[in-house]
Design a protein around this ligand. Sequence first.
Ligand SMILES: N=c1c2ncn([C@@H]3O[C@H](COP(=O)(O)OP(=O)(O)OP(=O)(O)O)[C@@H](O)[C@H]3O)c2ncn1[C@@H]1O[C@H](COP(=O)(O)O)[C@@H](O)[C@H]1O
Length: 106
Amino acid sequence: MRATLFDLERTIRQRRDADPDQSYVAKLTARGRAKIAQKVGEEAVETVIAAMASDRQGAIGESADLLFHLLVLLVDLDISLDDVLDELDRREGVSGISEKASRKGD
Ligand SMILES: N=c1c2ncn([C@@H]3O[C@H](COP(=O)(O)OP(=O)(O)OP(=O)(O)O)[C@@H](O)[C@H]3O)c2ncn1[C@@H]1O[C@H](COP(=O)(O)O)[C@@H](O)[C@H]1O
């Protein structure tokens, strides 16, 4: 059976308090939010580099790294994947073009 992002989110929550010598999640969490956020940035840049090189396998691997590290950051911020999906639901059917145009008068 395919694991979901919800499974990974649950695993990350469980691993946060594990032994940092045994768990990457625990080790990264112990280094603090700034370090977690830095990792998200690094993985995002590596995804962009793979995409610009049309490196399909690289883009898949870096995207997995990016999603994983983003979930570690969200857990650290006590933001659930559901919170983010709720926001995407709220946007569903609203064209990005018209949404941006509606902000022009802000
Ligand atoms: N999906 C992942 C996952 N993706 C990437 N990584 C790790 O992320 C790290 C990224 O490597 P880097 O070289 O960028 O990081 P780094 O060596 O800390 O580098 P610096 O930033 O310190 O320079 C590697 O150690 C990868 O193994 C992951 N580690 C864990 N998971 C999942 O999280 C679960 C719990 O992992 P543990 O907490 O390690 O038990 C695992 O069962 C997996 O399902």
